[in-house]
Design a protein around this ligand. Structure first.
Ligand code: SAH
Length: 384
């Protein structure tokens, strides 16, 4: 049993001061609470009471947990803090999409996006400050990497959204119906924080979102997929973006370590655990003239013919200096048609929140980069 908040003491600008900070109660899943309460000689049913106070009633102080003893409240307050991440700013798009900038430990900030649709509301949360993977068409990648978010900072994003949006949508019984880990960062490179955060999103004592509606998206961290299967049955999406290794090596550099065949094998194994009628989602960002040609569609058909999945085409969302273009609507349709007519299940993701830079791949937050990639990219972008 490991402490889901362990990263907290070592993240941020330095250990001084941070090491004395109490771990954040918001990142603790059932298991973590059960272990702590056992240590304190308390009965297991306290787990339920505490989780409800934290994630249903949103208390920020152990003293407010009125159905547990004063002694236990004091003991908890000595050992844990309740700290929701701070909102730096909020932006509302003309299409109803919202984007928040959220402060993370160490002073950097990440972005979170809410996309309302008539019958559902999808929250896109970040898992890291920046990203180390450097996919060539992703604005987050250009920011370089700073740090992992803690479990409390990841689930804290859901906590913020659920509270803030209740007022904006009084007619909806449940505003956040879906969560996708498709914001900034690579979730499977922050496994120890993502796993308990996802547990809490799906737990009835947490946010009670169905396992089909909590989706972890990975650029292809193959060992992470196998590890995930041991731990959860949340939904999985993979960022494929190219139908052959030569092109994927260029666009999604982690492919050089874990090529397409290994990635698909890991997905088959993951899907095997999910049970009937649940498949993996394959994301494919369409880049004009790069991966959207008829031969790419034909290769996709070959590759995925016997691989049960839903393909989600994402027309490229531009950002300054990216060097890529979005294909025309006609060309997106043509690509979709080639896949669909070969029997593949394929949809096109509608672009939302573009006016506030909230679309897929446009999230940049405010990252104090540790990789020097940001500076290098800025030089290149200004030279071109
Ligand atoms: N690191 C994870 C989570 C990011 S999810 C992953 O790679 O899956 C965000 C999705 O949007 C990914 O499929 C990503 O490749 C895609 N994306 C990134 N930049 C984009 C852009 N500029 N336009 C469209 N999609 C983009």
């Amino acid at each position: 049993m490991q402490d889901s908040n362990a990263a907290q003491t070592t993240s941020g600008t330095g250990l001084q001061g941070q090491s004395r900070r109490r771990l954040n109660a918001l990142g603790m899943d059932r298991e973590a609470w059960a272990a702590l309460l056992e240590e304190l000689g308390e009965k297991p049913y306290r787990v339920e009471q505490i989780l409800k106070w934290l994630h249903h009633r949103f208390v920020d102080d152990f003293a407010d947990m009125t159905d547990i003893s004063k002694k236990l409240r004091t003991e908890l307050a000595e050992r844990r803090e309740i700290r929701e991440p701070e909102i730096v700013s909020e932006h509302l798009s003309t299409d109803g999409t919202r984007k928040w900038l959220i402060r993370a430990a160490g002073g950097s900030a990440v972005e979170m996006v809410f996309i309302p649709e008539p019958n559902r509301g999808t929250l896109c949360v970040s898992s890291q400050v920046g990203c180390a993977l450097d996919c060539k068409f992703c604005a987050t990648g250009k920011q370089g990497f700073n740090s992992n978010l803690t479990a409390a900072e990841i689930v804290g994003q859901v906590r913020i959204a659920v509270q803030t949006l209740a007022d904006a949508y009084p007619e909806r019984e449940r505003v956040v119906t879906n969560v996708v880990l498709m914001g900034m960062g690579e979730p499977l490179l922050n496994f120890d924080a993502v796993a308990p955060a996802v547990d809490l999103m799906m737990d009835d004592l947490g946010y009670g979102i169905s396992k089909r509606r909590v989706t972890i998206s990975t650029a292809g961290v193959v060992p992470g997929i196998y590890r995930l299967a041991e731990r959860t049955d949340a939904s999985l999406a993979i960022s494929l973006h190219a139908p052959n290794d030569a092109l994927r090596d260029e666009l999604v550099p982690i492919n050089r370590k874990y090529p397409i065949a290994e990635l698909l094998k890991a997905c088959r194994s993951y899907a095997g655990n999910l049970g009937e009628k649940r498949t993996v989602t394959v994301e494919y960002t369409l880049l004009n003239g790069v991966n959207d040609q008829p031969e790419h569609a034909a290769q996709m058909v070959e590759l995925l013919r016997d691989f049960p999945c839903k393909i989600n085409l994402i027309p490229f969302n531009p950002f300054p200096g990216s060097g890529f273009e979005r294909p025309t609507v006609t060309s997106v349709r043509a690509f979709q048609h080639r896949l669909a007519s070969a029997g593949l299940s394929v949809t096109v993701r509608t672009t939302r929140g573009e006016d506030i830079d909230a679309a897929c791949g446009q999230l940049v937050g405010s990252v104090a980069d540790r990789t020097r990639r940001q500076a290098r990219y800025r030089r290149l972008a200004s030279a071109s």
